[in-house]
Ligand binder design. Structure first.
Ligand code: MN
Length: 172
């Protein structure tokens, strides 16, 4: 297995403001994400494979790519969801109800798109589905900006979703 490399953000740390602050993005990318990459590599040097750290790094890379600068009326491409309001509602329920540390995930499965949750992130890939849109619900992802108001975090986050990226991942 190869070592992981830290991937820089494709936008400024402040690009997602006012939805996600520069401070959160700096901590989240440079400390939490880089931590997963370094921990994975250090354990690999010691002859161990840490799926927790590996999947932590990969989930964050998907998450960074799933976002872009805030846009008013940010909508997915026509036809991506039969009922976008319903999708938002269901995804929000999945996100807000994550217990403790975890993710809300839109999976691409053989049967189509499916909303789910991922506890921590060490289970990635077990069900053979591909995460195409992920939302980090660990406290480090939102607490500085939203305290315990997870619902506002999720609602505002929809305005920074890069639907072109999501559509691309859906087709891959
Ligand atoms: Mn995180």
């Amino acid at each position: 297995m190869n070592k992981l490399t830290v991937k820089p953000l494709s936008y400024d740390y402040s690009a997602l403001e006012p939805v996600i602050s520069k401070k959160i993005m700096e901590l989240h990318h440079d400390k939490h994400y880089v931590g997963y990459v370094n921990n994975f590599n250090n354990l690999l040097d010691a002859g161990k494979i840490s799926s927790f750290n590996y999947n932590g790094a990969i989930m964050h890379e998907i998450f960074w790519g799933n976002m872009r600068a805030h846009q008013e009326n940010n909508m997915p491409p026509e036809g991506m969801f039969p009922d976008f309001d319903k999708f938002k509602e269901e995804f929000t329920v999945a996100a807000v109800s994550v217990e403790g540390s975890g993710w809300a995930v839109l999976w691409k499965t053989e049967a189509g798109l499916a909303i789910g949750q991922l506890e921590k992130h060490n289970l990635l890939g077990l069900n053979g589905a591909k995460p195409i849109l992920v939302l980090d619900m660990w406290e480090h992802a939102y607490y500085l900006d939203y305290l315990n108001d997870r619902k506002s975090y999720v609602e505002k986050w929809f305005s920074v979703v890069d639907w072109d990226n999501v559509a691309k991942r859906t087709k891959e």
